[in-house]
Design a protein around this ligand. Structure first.
Ligand SMILES: [Zn+2]
Length: 306
């Protein structure tokens, strides 16, 4: 007979793997409730169980990564959970075959409106090689519409890839502070990883299995609002194709995708857009006089021209 673990205990035991020194106690109880769906009763229970916190001037201060990991781990109703339900629809529509182009719009605004000198925006070099469909430049804002080129290969990986699949299935997606995002000993010990750490771990696994793989960084397009993501690419027949068993498995556990629609042993089609030859995608998409500008990114699919 197997024992069913209490989800709250599971969440708390994961949380204890992160050293306190890496926490930023910047979130309050109102944010815990509004953003992460953690109400006052649950919060009190978690604090009793040892949720790391500080009190400043009588106010409770909490770490936002802790709150997000709790919210995800307990499947709480939150704005983020609603966003994931939207991914479900976006991914379901991506699965349908048929020629469609993905257009990604990057919009930016002045981060300090009303300053004396004129605005001066610069779009990241990441987008330099990308075809631009449209551009708008106004005094304090602007936008560019880009022709995305997501990985799109009908490829099922062979038996040599199975150790990578098995390693990915043993991992649990976890929001990690930057200090742990490159810590391979942490993922080996705990099985917890964000996409950056999972990428490095799976590259190690691939190398040990004799699979030629490399990191890929860019945008995840399977959502209305694409987000920065890191995955691996595998060489198949002289071509580099996307592989993302870790995130696909994670989306399956979250109930966002079904395995038959998005099998982890196949190259995901139309959702991963590689932007550079590096394992990182931290740099600002748009800067304003050297500082990060306020940016929003959106995607839409249009019938292919011609
Ligand atoms: Zn400005």
């Amino acid at each position: 007979m197997s024992t069913v673990e209490d989800p709250t205990q599971v969440v708390m035991s994961r949380l204890r793997e992160v050293p306190d020194a890496y926490r930023r106690f910047a979130a309050g109880a109102p944010e815990a409730r509004r953003v992460f769906g953690i109400g006052a009763d649950l919060l009190a229970q978690l604090i009793d169980l040892g949720l790391p916190h500080q009190r400043r001037g009588g106010e409770l201060r909490l770490d936002a990564f802790d709150l997000e990991n709790i919210s995800t781990g307990l499947r709480l109703r939150s704005p983020q959970a609603m966003t994931m339900r939207q991914w479900k629809h976006a991914l379901a529509s991506r699965r349908r075959p048929g020629g469609a182009d993905c257009l990604v719009t990057v919009e930016w605004r002045c981060p300090a409106p009303g300053h004396r000198d004129g605005c001066d925006f610069a779009l990241s070099d990441l987008f330099t090689p990308v075809s631009r469909i449209d551009e708008k430049h106004e005094p304090a804002r602007g936008s560019v519409v880009l022709q995305a080129e997501p990985s799109d290969h009908a490829i099922r990986f062979g038996a040599e890839f199975h150790p990578v699949l098995a390693a990915a299935a043993r991992l649990t997606f976890y929001k990690l502070p930057p200090q742990l995002s490159n810590d391979l000993s942490f993922v080996r010990r705990t099985g917890l990883a964000n996409c950056r750490l999972a990428c490095q771990h799976l590259l190690d696994t691939a190398a040990a299995a004799g699979v030629n793989a490399r990191p890929a960084a860019g945008l995840f397009l399977g959502a209305l609002f694409p987000f920065r993501h890191i995955w691996i690419e595998v060489e198949v027949g002289g071509r580099w194709v996307a592989a993302d068993p870790f995130f696909l498995e994670t989306l399956r556990r979250w109930g966002v995708v079904d395995r038959p629609d998005w099998p982890a042993d196949q190259s995901p089609r139309g959702i991963l857009w590689r932007l550079l030859n590096a394992s990182s995608i931290d740099e600002p998409f748009v800067t304003h006089r050297g500082c990060e500008a306020s940016v929003s990114v959106s995607a839409r699919w249009v019938p292919q021209a011609g």
